[in-house]
Structure formats: C-alpha cells, structure tokens
Ligand binder design. Sequence first.
Ligand code: CUA
Length: 338
Amino acid sequence: MRRGAIVQLALLALFFGGITTAVAVIPNWLPPSAAEQADRIDFVFWYVTIICIVIYAIVIATLVYSAWKFRVSPDDDSDGPPVHGHSGLEIGWTAVPFALVTSMAIVSAIVLARNDRTGSHPLRVDVTAQQFAWTFTYPDQHKLTASVLRLPVGRPARFTLRALDVIHSFWVPEFGQKQDAVPGTTTHVTVTPNRVGTYPIICTELCGLGHAVMRSTVIVMPKAEFAAWVNKSGKATSGGGAAAGKAVFTNEGCVACHTLTAAKSTGKIGPDLDKLSTYAQQAGMPLEQFVRESIVNPDAYVEKGYPANVMPKTFGKLPKAQLDALVTFVVDSAKAAK
Ligand code: CUA
C-alpha cells in the first residue's frame, strides 16, 4: 500500500516535471550565447530553473495526489484528525530550501565575480550614448571611432560607457548583459565574445522619441580580421583628403541615415546629401561652411520635412583631421552630384 502510493506520487511528479521541462526547453527562450559571460549566466539560469522544476513537480504531484486520494465523500461532514507538529518534517522543509537557496547565492556570486574579470590585456572600448545613436571609440587603436562595433573573438573587451544627455542602456542579447550609460558618470562592462557573427546592439532604456531606433550592430570577427580592419581604417582615416573622408563617412555610420551617391548609400532618415548644394542655398551659406556646421551643430539649420534633434551631436568631437577629411569628401560629392 505504502509502496504503491510512493510509485503513484513519483509517476505524477515525472508527468508534471516532464511538462514543465518541455515548457522550459522547447520555446528557446534565450538567445544563443556569443560570450563567455553569457555562457556563465546561462549556467546560473539553468541551475536555478532545474531546481525550480524539481520542487514544482514534487509540490504539484503531492497536491494532485492528495486531492485525488483524500477527497471527502459528498455526504461526509466530519472533521479531519487533529495534526500536531512533526519535528523531522519541519527540520527537513527548513534545511532543504536553506541549502538550495544558499547554493544559488554561491553559484551567482562566483559567476558575478568571474564575469567582472578583464584579464591583464583587455581591448578598451569607449561607448558614447546619446539620443539616438551609439558611438564606439578605440582609445588604443589610433582613436578609431565607428558607429558599428567590431570586436575580435576570444579577447576580453572592457567597455567604458558615457551618456551625453539622458540615461541609455547598452544591450547585446547574445552577450547576456545590460549596462546603463548614465550622464555625469562612467559605467563599465566586460564582454569576451566567443562566437564569430553579427549581433544587434539595442538601447534598452526608454530615452525619448527615437528610443526604438537607437540600434546598432556588433560584428565579432577573427582576431586577424580585426587587426586588418584596425590597420586599414587607421590608415584610411588618417590620410586626409576625400578618400579618408569617405572612410570616415562609412565608419561613422552616416550611410545608415543619408543618401549619397558617392558613398553608394541610400539611407532615408536624414536629408538626401546629393541635394546639399540646394540646401546650402536655402540656408544662405557657402557649401563648405554649411556642410561643416551641419556636421558639428546639426540643429543649426534643419531641412524642411526632416525632424530636428535626430542627428547625433558627437561628430563635432571627431579628431580634427578626420572632420576635415569628412567635410572635404561630402563637399566634393555634393558638387559632383549637382
Ligand atoms: Cu537610448 Cu533608449
């Protein structure tokens, strides 16, 4: 009789545990991990989830079994037998949860501590967030700046985040961590990408009208490819003249928002740069002065039909040689397009 009850309870627990496991595993709740830190976070997630599934299965099985076996018959009005304390049971249901919760805390603490380790030679990346764009600067790689993040696989990257206006939050789902960028202070996060690929960068703090479009891309590339990109971009943007300006135009992500035939870009969010000569006339300024002002202080003149306060104001902080090259390239291209 007793053994029969235990077998029935166990079968019920297996049944409910199976359903719960299927709900946890089949829908692919989590994005595939692309960083060592995300692997560790996933481990904590599954460690806690498995414990929860086991406890849930035992509790539900006991509940269903009791409702099924000990149900009173409809005409039975008598009270159940009085139940007093059961020391063994009480010690058990205190000790087991204590041990489980403590083990979760220890596992989490170990993962948090390890995820913060940067190693002795991390790649430093400065992240600037502002309504509504991301800018990435590599202080040790010719101060290269870009709006698309490139990272070498297998090397810890130490991000230093700054915000120019309101609070933003840096999130790559595949990297498993979020970090706020807060005006007036700097925050940090470490990521060691371990899977080559292209992943989205998402602002995950409501920061204004353009919050939903404050997105970029991170490209995790083999180490040699990253070194080649640094080398090429460093040379390309430091050479000066229109060729360097074209590299700056592409690196800075101007292509995402603007159409410019010379750069083969077809963005539609900002004004069509092939028409810059006309815009300059409307603004009553010489073309070159107009282009420079529009890059450094984009809201000084806003073309009709386009929203103000959308173009990032970080471009004024480009190294002077890069800014000059960018102006030269845009002016030359606009003249050619006329
Ligand atoms: Cu920046 Cu939301």
